[in-house]
Ligand binder design. Structure first.
Ligand code: PEP
Ligand code: MG
Length: 585
């Protein structure tokens, strides 16, 4: 039995065999050939290039249709490289003169060109090197296609281990067969963690090399509450974890009585308890736990589940189903937030050097207006079936908001002309998740219908800590004075403008912070649904006036250590002195 500590990313317990998740990597075998095989290898090279050309052409046409010609141009340049005489000559002559197989000859031809580009040390060639690598990968896969053996289907429930997982990969896994996640990289607000929490699957991130090295089939125990991975647990540990799992289910059942009760403080302050959803399958559970609506629907996950960009009609159907299932409760559809750690190949959002500061969220949408307007039209149309809201991610200032609102206006005018039913007065709001948006929240609040604070990104950007990097995960401090001040400022700015302000980052799911969020004056807290009953319980126990005093005290403190320590002592004291009017957890 060996124990490893990581970052507790999603609560819960699991015991089961490991299944390694590896991004398919192409391994190139160098093989000597006889002179009589030269012609055959040349044919193989030509066939692989033809295959890659077909794939690239199809992809380029699809991108041109769905995203526009500028995006498709990336692939044009790869297509040109594919025909480059330098590549052909170098590959074919190496097959002929050095008598090696086509894969190895091609790999060396590309490596030589990359070396030349590196030698020139021109910044502008970096992009071309990435393109060349992409191209090499595609052609090498084309070689493999001739002999590739399909992975056996996955039939046994397992703990998925990986170096890291991106949301498109996580969303594509069969949920019923995933007992838990363990990853080398990632932190508590990385998207694999968020999705795991939403799906109720325990996860431990930041295991630094341990997860990806576990041999497939090894039995492991996962404790997502404290962030521990135990390889080959002894029978006692196994039983303890399975008992804890059972107890967790019992505790959460004890809170079932709260489902239909309002999240209202004894002195009459009401907070809307909403839930964050990535996939519609989460809705039933969220409603069973008493969600009063969906405060954040991360629509990018719906896209990731499809191989192609869903058409407007498909999106209308999907969104309408969500609206109908909510039966009159509001839902906030956030427009696509690709980029950052949410990369999807078919959307053309490429891996970047600084992805979280790159082509992400509203920036991606505003440079893909066709795609953006299609989504907006679909949400307006779904809004005809019930109370829907539209929300833009990653806004940094009023210019972006105005540009996005202009597309909404166009969409409404089109729908009107076409005589389709749509929600003409649908509220349109923004996420406040960049320091710049927080700073100008008063200006933004004048031009939108609501604001929802994305604390995951607000913390990441304000405290300059990459939310997916385990080495800096210790800097994730929701009670940092800079964060408390930012939230207070945003809430006050929203209220001064007469609009509601919510919070939909993971901070909203932390029981210890519920009283603080109440005291900060938030009108809505949107969280993963498993957290909802406990947060509601705290709000029902706490006087608003008391919560405001707590916040006033916290705002006087100078460091995150001081705020954390003060709150911990305060919560402990309250637990001791609380009158147990309702069942304690
Ligand atoms: C956030 O940043 O807090 C948020 C809710 O959005 P996401 O986690 O999808 O970036
Ligand atoms: Mg965000």
């Amino acid at each position: 039995m060996r124990e490893f500590s990581g970052i507790p990313a999603a609560p819960g317990y699991a015991v089961g065999p490991v299944r390694q998740f590896r991004r398919a990597q192409v391994r190139i075998q160098r093989r000597s050939i006889g002179p009589d095989e030269v012609a055959g290898e040349r044919d193989r090279f030509e066939a692989a290039v033809a295959h890659a050309r077909r794939e690239l052409t199809e992809l380029r046409d699809k991108l041109a249709r769905e995203l526009g010609h500028d995006e498709a141009a990336i692939l044009d340049s790869q297509l040109l490289m594919l025909e480059d005489e330098l590549v052909w000559d170098a590959t074919l002559s190496r097959i002929r003169t050095q008598l090696v197989n086509a894969e190895a000859a091609f790999a060396k031809a590309i490596a030589d060109i990359v070396l030349q580009f590196n030698g020139l040390q021109e910044q502008s060639l970096r992009e071309r090197i990435a393109d060349l690598r992409d191209l090499e990968d595609r052609v090498q896969r084309a070689f493999l296609n001739e002999t590739a053996v399909a992975e056996p289907p996955w039939t046994e429930a397992a703990v998925v281990a990986a170096r890291d997982l991106v949301p498109s990969e996580t969303a594509a896994l069969d949920r019923d067969l995933v007992l838990g996640f363990v990853t080398d990289e990632g932190g508590s607000t990385s998207h694999v963690a968020i999705l795991a929490r939403s799906l109720g699957i325990p996860a431990v991130c930041g295991l630094g090399g341990v997860a990806s090295q576990l041999p497939a089939g090894t039995t492991v125990a996962v404790d997502g509450n404290v962030g521990r991975l135990i390889a080959e647990p002894d029978p006692e540990t196994r039983d303890r974890l399975l008992t804890l799992k059972q107890q967790q289910i019992t505790v959460s059942r004890k809170l079932d009585y709260l489902r239909d009760l309002p999240a209202e403080t004894p002195d009459g302050r009401r907070v809307r308890m909403a839930t964050n959803i990535e996939l519609p399958v989460e809705l039933d559970e969220a409603l069973a736990r008493g969600a009063e609506g969906v405060g954040l629907l991360r629509t990018e996950y719906l896209y990731f589940q499809h191989r192609d960009i869903p058409s407007e009609e498909d999106q209308v159907k999907l969104y309408t189903r969500v609206v109908q299932r909510l039966a009159g409760r509001p839902v906030v559809f956030r427009t696509l937030d690709v980029g950052g750690d949410k990369v999807s190949d078919y959307l053309g959002a490429k891996r970047e050097y600084n992805p979280f500061l790159g082509w992400r969220g509203i920036r991606f949408s505003l440079s893909n207006l066709g795609l953006f307007k299609t989504q907006i039209r679909a949400v307006y149309r779904a809004g005809a079936a019930g109370p829907a809201h539209l929300m833009f991610p990653m806004i940094t200032g009023v210019e972006e908001l105005r540009a996005a609102l202009a597309i909404c206006e166009e969409a409404r005018a089109e729908l009107q002309r076409e005589g389709r039913p749509y929600a003409a007065d649908m509220p349109v709001g923004i996420m406040v998740e960049t320091p710049s948006a927080a700073a100008v929240a008063d200006l933004l609040a004048r031009e939108c219908a609501f604001m929802s604070i994305g604390s995951n990104d607000l913390i990441q950007y304000t405290l300059a800590m990459d939310r997916g990097n385990r080495r800096v995960s210790y800097l994730y401090r929701p009670l940092h004075p800079a964060i408390l001040r930012a939230i207070r400022h945003v809430v006050d700015a929203g209220h001064a403008a007469g609009i509601w302000v919510g919070l939909c980052g993971e901070m909203g799911s932390e029981t210890r912070l519920a009283e603080v969020l109440l005291g900060l004056g938030l009108d809505e807290i949107s969280m993963h649904s498993a957290a909802l009953p406990k947060i509601k319980q705290v709000i029902r126990w706490t006087a608003f006036s008391e919560a405001r005093r707590v916040v006033d005290t916290l705002l006087e403190l100078a460091t995150a250590d001081e705020t954390d320590a003060w709150l911990a002592a305060y919560v402990a004291e309250r637990k001791r002195s609380r009158e147990p009017g309702e069942t304690a957890s």
